[in-house]
Design a protein around this ligand. Structure first.
Ligand SMILES: Nc1ncnc2c1ncn2[C@@H]1O[C@H](COP(=O)(O)OP(=O)(O)OP(=O)(O)O)[C@@H](O)[C@H]1O
Ligand SMILES: [Mg+2]
Length: 244
């Protein structure tokens, strides 16, 4: 479990992106963050592994401690997979080589300069199989569609053997069919492996279809935090009213 306690982020330009956010993210839970542009979704996701440092409050990792401790942060980052809107893959490399990047954290810098052991190759192939791309293992990523590239990104995050997955608008640039495929891959993996998953989305319909829990963020504060089946229309209306 990850606990966020009174988390706040004020950027150097004075913008308060997050204000007093307190919530708990549980192992195996599939959670979507909704909110209009500028609500603070990316800032929140980035704070959870200190890619953006909170200016107030704390992030506590159960059994591992406060993220302000360098050792806790290092361990937490190793066990947290990130998935981005832009895939951040190496285009000319094969899908397999890209997924192997997820294994580098398990090896010393020196060892990672050489081909990784067979066990890592096996793990990477298994991850590609789980996102339905085993047959593309030796295809350069630049020859794959946007949806397939995003699934390589998921396989790479999965190869890290994460306890948590953080995904910032993973389907923003995908067509509806690819969006469904990516989200169903993510949810299946989260359920099967008990990985706590937090995803930001702009599509309400996808959030309600896939999420167990939906957090509504407006102007850097939590507007609602509910089981997806309990969300009411007026809550969504209120969330998007905070646009102004
Ligand atoms: N590096 C930064 N420096 C200064 N201000 C920033 C920075 N990053 C984000 N902001 C501001 O913080 C607020 C929250 O931004 P954030 O990117 O977290 O929102 P978001 O909900 O992810 O938006 P979107 O849906 O457009 O991706 C916005 O007002 C934004 O302009
Ligand atoms: Mg964002």
């Amino acid at each position: 479990m990850i606990s966020l306690n009174n988390l706040g982020v004020t950027y150097p330009n004075g913008i308060v992106a997050l204000h007093n956010i307190s919530l708990e993210l549980n192992q195996g839970e599939f959670t979507v963050i909704l909110g209009s542009s500028g609500a603070g979704k990316s800032t929140l996701l980035r704070c959870i592994n200190f890619l953006t440092y909170p200016t107030s409050g704390q992030v506590i990792i159960e059994g591992n401690g406060n993220l302000h401790h360098p050792k806790t942060l290092q361990k937490h980052r190793q066990s947290t997979g990130m998935i981005f809107q832009q895939h951040q893959l190496i285009p000319q490399q094969t899908a397999l080589k890209n997924v192997l990047v997820g294994r580098l954290g398990y090896h010393s810098t020196l060892k990672s300069l050489f081909p990784l052991p067979k066990t890592d190759q096996y793990i990477a192939l298994n991850c590609l199989e789980r996102v339905g791309l085993l047959d593309k293992a030796l295809t350069p990523v630049k020859a794959l569609s946007g949806g397939q590239q995003q699934r390589v990104g998921i396989a790479r995050a999965l190869a890290q053997k994460p306890k948590f997955l953080l995904a910032d608008e993973p389907v923003a640039s995908l067509d509806p069919a690819s969006s469904h495929q990516v989200l169903s891959n993510l949810r299946k993996i989260s359920q099967e492996d008990g990985i706590g998953t937090l995803i930001s989305l702009h599509q309400i319909d996808l959030a309600l279809e896939y999420a167990e829990r939906v957090i509504g963020l407006g102007k850097g504060t939590i507007v609602f935090d509910s089981n997806s089946s309990e969300i009411r229309k007026h809550q969504l209306e209120k969330l998007y009213q905070t646009l102004a």
